[in-house]
Ligand binder design. Structure first.
Ligand SMILES: Nc1ncnc2c1ncn2[C@@H]1O[C@H](COP(=O)(O)OP(=O)(O)OP(=O)(O)O)[C@@H](O)[C@H]1O
Ligand SMILES: [Mg+2]
Length: 246
């Protein structure tokens, strides 16, 4: 049998904030190209889990291996690992004093030592992809929320990451702008990007996810295909959650 090596291996991790047990024996394997949608009530640990994958949060026990790099190994160069991971937040976090184009070229030039002209070419191609090439010279404040989030996605992609992490990318948007951001994410998914997405967009989860991971109180309660999770959830807490949101 041909066994694909996971690109992200999360093994039995625990995370405490003081006395509070935020992640409880969480294990998750993600294969290259997988799309994982993380669901769960507020405070269940979704963001914390996502943030451990690029070491924005440290863990207290267990191991996380990203593309062969052990995040708990102090010898590993975390900045090199982070270059393989793009992250998109709820609150776009664009650099307000930089144009859209400069938002996209800053990291490739500074961190990857890319030639400015090459970084510009890549940036313009990505702005095309998210439908915003004509806004290259604008500043973030001149864009709508949906446009800013599409720029934020393009900016993450400019580093040519192997994995994209999304933490509620559409939660801060007006309803009419959610679709344009989800469309970009669906395109990315179809192109084969490995994606871990925390979202409340159940339509997206159904359409795109290979696996749905349902968290409650810091633990993974259920992991299943979207068909099984939405139509035939196995756990009482999953059923309750779905009743509340659907
Ligand atoms: N830096 C921190 N210090 C102390 N407690 C924290 C910290 N970050 C998160 N927590 C706690 O850990 C728990 C999980 O938080 P987390 O942000 O991961 O939840 P979440 O599932 O993403 O929730 P939401 O859907 O509201 O975003 C919460 O109870 C939160 O209060
Ligand atoms: Mg969160």
């Amino acid at each position: 049998m041909n066994v694909v090596e996971p690109i992200i291996q999360i093994q039995n991790i625990n995370k405490y904030f003081g006395a509070f047990h935020a992640l409880k024996n969480v294990s998750l394997d993600i294969a290259p190209g997988d799309k994982i949608v993380v669901l769960g009530p507020s405070g269940s640990g979704k963001s914390t889990l996502l943030r451990t994958i690029n070491k924005l949060e440290t863990i207290d026990s267990g191991t996380i291996i990203v593309d062969g790099h052990d995040l708990t190994d102090p010898e590993e160069d975390i900045n090199a690992i982070r270059m393989e991971l793009g992250m998109v937040f709820q609150s776009f976090n664009l650099f307000r004093h930089l144009s859209v184009l400069d938002n996209l070229t800053l990291a490739p030039v500074k961190l990857k030592k890319m030639e400015k002209s090459q970084a510009n070419d890549i940036a313009l191609r990505l702005l095309d992809k998210v439908g915003l090439r004509d806004r290259a010279g604008h500043y973030p404040i001149q864009l709508s929320g949906g446009q800013q989030q599409r720029v934020a996605i393009a900016r993450a992609l400019a580093m040519e990451p192997k994995i994209m992490l999304f933490d509620e990318p559409t939660s801060a948007l007006d309803p009419e702008m959610i679709g344009e951001v989800l469309d970009v994410m669906v395109t990315l998914a179809k192109e084969g990007m490995t994606m871990v997405v925390v979202t409340h967009e159940m339509g997206f989860a159904r359409e795109v996810a290979d696996q749905v991971v349902f968290m409650d109180q810091g633990a993974i309660v259920e992991q299943a295909s979207p068909d099984v999770f939405f139509d035939n959830p196995q756990h009482q807490r999953s059923k309750l959650f779905l009743q509340q949101i659907l």
